[in-house]
Design a protein around this ligand. Structure first.
Ligand code: URA
Length: 205
């Protein structure tokens, strides 16, 4: 709820925002993460794509979508002829949340409190980028952008309108595709993902 959202520093530019984010202590995730992973891309991008949170690789690199899910997203962007440097790519939560299992760090889903605290940054990115269209990949991005939980499946194929009139398209998260074993279902889901991406791009242009 908005009551849980304590105001923090405001930035006038994307580089300034990244600096402010690096100091964030709004939720405990900064303590165990390597670094913050700010959104990246063009400052006036027509399409803003929002994921969940950085993964293991992103946490180490400091850049969004550079791991396995990023590879999948890159392939999809290539197929839909969307140049990665023409969009703005970010996450609902900017620090990696994980559980240690021996040497491995296993991804843990951010909770509503973490998503709410991190909306402070996501909303500033939205203001600075001012995208024509938002693409939310997965339930966490939907929660962060809409301010309430809604199943992706219930929004699929629709164009939602946010409070500031920005159209939002919801789709699955690319990590979900990586988890589908059955090749046929995977191909079907992948087609759906590409379709959503391409619809968002056309709507934005
Ligand atoms: N998954 C995400 O949601 N974001 C990333 O940056 C990487 C993987």
């Amino acid at each position: 709820s908005p009551a849980t959202r304590i105001p923090g520093p405001e930035a006038g530019t994307l580089p300034g925002l990244a600096v402010a984010e690096a100091e964030c202590t709004r939720c405990p995730l900064y303590k165990s993460a390597t670094q913050v992973v700010p959104g990246e891309g063009r400052s006036r991008a027509r399409l803003m794509i929002v994921g969940e949170q950085p993964g293991d690789r992103e946490d180490l690199a400091g850049h969004p979508f550079v791991g396995p899910a990023g590879r999948l997203l890159d392939e999809a962007l290539e197929e839909t002829e969307i140049p990665r440097d023409s969009i703005f790519l970010t996450n609902a939560v900017k620090h990696f949340k994980f559980e240690r299992r021996g040497k491995r760090r296993l991804h843990k889903r951010p909770n509503v409190g973490e998503i709410e605290q991190c909306r402070w940054w996501l909303e500033q990115e939205r203001k600075l980028v001012s995208p024509v269209v938002l693409l939310a990949m997965g339930a966490t991005a939907v929660r962060a952008l809409m301010g309430r939980s809604t199943a992706v499946s219930a929004l699929r194929g629709k164009i939602c309108t946010l409070e500031d009139a920005t159209p939002l398209i919801a789709t699955i998260h690319p990590s979900y595709l990586l988890r589908i074993r059955d090749p046929e279902s995977r191909a079907k889901e992948r087609d759906g993902f590409i379709g959503d991406l391409s619809r968002a791009w056309r709507l934005a242009n």
